[in-house]
Each structure stands twice: as structure tokens, then as C-alpha cells.
Design a protein around this ligand. Structure first.
Ligand SMILES: Nc1ncnc2c1ncn2[C@@H]1O[C@H](COP(=O)(O)OP(=O)(O)OP(=O)(O)O)[C@@H](O)[C@H]1O
Length: 303
């Protein structure tokens, strides 16, 4: 397989605490790779090592098949990124900030600035100083800057956390367009698992600095099961009733929720039986496992 980016045995400690432990990531060319993990799992630290902003204690990063070193200037011209809180010159306008970035990257095509401002829908406020920008506007500008020099590889650390639902949808469409039309490979971290589920084709899950899983999202979807989710006021009573009805393939999640892993059962029959036997039924719905379920399953095991 052709990988745009690989990490080999990547490791980092802070004051004796290992925060990234022997991490081997493989980002296929053309992929949208969702990098997910709980707070403090080590995502930003990995991303900073990929970008050579901090040095690994052991292991290495390979970008476009080359080992990243302090001399890797040319390779980084092919990469766009957002890491943690993006810094802008606050007294300059969006356009001026992007002009500076063009100069910094040695990217001559200033017409591209209009293009990217339009892509992130900032064209009408490009003349405003950044200090008057909202958090969401700054996030859009950070995305504009990351894609300005037409990178082949985009590294996005939490690029949508300050956006409203409309903004999230617009940026999702933008990332998909860049991926499909320009062939941009994208490595994206996000806490919004439902979003990652929508956009990523490959998933990496990290916890306590360990990469727990790396797999195509299809693999997760393939094993997803449909189930009926019941919310009741008395799970013990409801469980007894289910058994009396011959339903045994279920699990009690907590004080309120039961999952029945047999989606052939009629919801109507079920709700009637529960109500008739005096169980208070708050809700009944058919659901499917999501990336979120898979994530919690893995990270709970990791604990
Ligand atoms: N400069 C530093 N000095 C000391 N500890 C650090 C430093 N940077 C990160 N850490 C620690 O390393 C661990 C991983 O942090 P990191 O920011 O990579 O996690 P993350 O997965 O990006 O978290 P989040 O989702 O909350 O942004 C955390 O325990 C953090 O406290």
C-alpha cells in the first residue's frame, strides 16, 4: 500500500510520563483518516511530531516516503495543517494574514487567496481585522490558510470544534471536495465522533498514548448490529417480562436502558406487553452501532 504518512515506533514522554507509546500510524494515499481518542490521549502530541514541531523521543515520521528531519523543508511545502489554537496577526485582516502565509510558503499564486476565502465563506469579511473575528471565523480562516498552498496532505487537529452545525456541514463538504476533486489526503482529529463517522474512510483510535486500533471504517460498519433500545422505569421487571416472552438476546446497560439484539421483534408487540405488565416505557427505538459505540467499547476495554 502507498502511504502518504507513516509513523514508525513513535514515542514521547514528558517528565517521565509516556504520552505517546510506540505508535505506528499508516495513512494511505487519498484517504480521509479520522484520528480519535479521549482528552489527553496524545493526539496533538502525535500531530506535532508529524509536523516536526516537537521531537520524538524514539521512532520516526515518514512523509511521502521520506524520513522527516530538521532539513525537511521541501516535504513540508506539500503539507497544510492546523494545530491547536492557530495563531494570526490580530491587527491584520484575513487577506493580509493569507498574503503573509503565501510569502512564507513561497507560494506565488495570490489569486488562490480569493478562492480559499470563498471556499470557507469569509469573502465578505476578509477586510476585517482578526481581533474582531469570532472563534468560528478564526477557525474558518485557519482552514483557509491550511489549504492555501494546495497541499497534498492536510493535517487538521480539531478543525471544527468552534463551528456551528451549518459551519460543520460546510467544512465537511469542503474536506470531501478537496479529497475527491484534488486528491488531497486528510488526517483529521475530532471529538465529534458522528462527524468522523460521516467523513473518514480510515480510523485510528488512540488512548493513553497507545494506538488501540487502525482500520478501514467499513470494517467497523460491517460488524455493526441493529438493536432495539428500550428505556424503562424498571429494568429488572422489564428483563423478566422479556424472558417470559422468549426473548433472551438482550443486555441491561444501566438503570434505564436495555438493548435487544433481535431486530425482528415487533416494536408494537413489545411496547404493548411492557405497558400491560405495568412497566413504564419511556422510549423504544431501533438503532445501529456507530463509531461512537465501537470507540467506547475499545476505550472501556483499554481502561
Ligand atoms: N508540553 C507538555 N508538557 C507536559 N505534558 C504535556 C505537554 N504536552 C502535552 N502533555 C501531556 O501529554 C498528554 C497528551 O496530550 P495531547 O495534547 O497530545 O492529548 P490530546 O489527545 O490531543 O488531547 P485533547 O483531545 O484534550 O486535545 C496529556 O496528558 C498532556 O497533559
Amino acid at each position: 500500500m502507498d502511504y502518504i504518512m507513516e509513523t514508525v515506533g513513535l514515542r514521547k514522554s514528558y517528565k517521565g510520563n509516556v504520552v505517546v507509546n510506540d505508535v505506528n500510524i499508516h495513512v494511505p494515499k487519498g484517504a480521509i483518516y479520522g484520528f480519535v481518542g479521549p482528552n489527553g490521549a496524545g493526539k496533538s502530541t502525535v500531530m506535532k511530531m508529524i509536523l516536526n514541531l516537537i521531537q520524538p523521543e524514539a521512532g520516526e515520521v515518514q512523509l511521502f516516503g521520506e524520513k522527516v528531519t530538521d532539513q525537511s523543508y521541501e516535504v513540508f511545502k506539500r503539507v497544510g495543517s492546523i494545530i491547536e489554537n492557530p495563531y494570526f496577526y490580530e491587527k491584520m485582516t484575513a487577506r493580509q494574514n493569507l498574503e503573509l502565509h503565501c510569502d512564507y510558503m513561497g507560494f506565488p499564486n495570490k489569486e488562490r487567496i480569493d478562492e480559499v476565502l470563498q471556499m470557507v465563506d469569509l469573502q465578505n469579511v476578509e477586510g476585517k481585522q482578526i481581533r474582531h473575528y469570532s472563534l468560528g471565523m478564526k477557525q474558518r480562516l485557519a482552514i483557509a490558510r491550511a489549504i492555501l498552498a494546495k497541499p497534498e496532505f492536510l493535517i487538521l487537529d480539531e478543525p471544527i470544534n468552534a463551528l456551528d452545525p451549518e459551519g460543520i456541514r460546510e467544512m465537511r463538504n469542503l474536506f470531501q471536495r478537496l479529497n475527491q476533486e484534488d486528491g488531497t489526503t486528510i488526517f483529521i482529529s475530532s471529538h465529534i465522533l458522528s462527524e468522523v463517522d460521516l467523513i473518514a474512510d480510515t480510523i485510528g483510535i488512540i488512548q493513553h498514548g497507545n494506538l488501540l486500533a487502525e482500520l478501514p471504517i467499513e470494517e467497523i460498519h460491517k460488524h455493526q448490529t441493529e438493536y432495539i433500545s428500550l428505556q424503562v422505569d424498571d429494568v429488572a421487571h422489564a428483563a423478566t417480562l422479556l424472558e417470559q416472552m422468549g426473548i433472551t438476546n438482550f443486555s441491561i446497560l444501566d438503570k434505564e436502558f436495555i438493548r435487544i439484539y433481535d431486530s425482528n421483534i415487533s416494536g408494537k408487540v413489545l411496547s404493548k406487553a411492557l405497558i400491560e405488565s405495568g412497566v413504564g416505557l419511556e422510549s423504544l427505538g431501533r438503532k445501529q452501532d456507530t463509531l461512537e459505540d465501537y470507540f467506547f467499547q475499545l476505550t472501556e476495554e483499554g481502561k
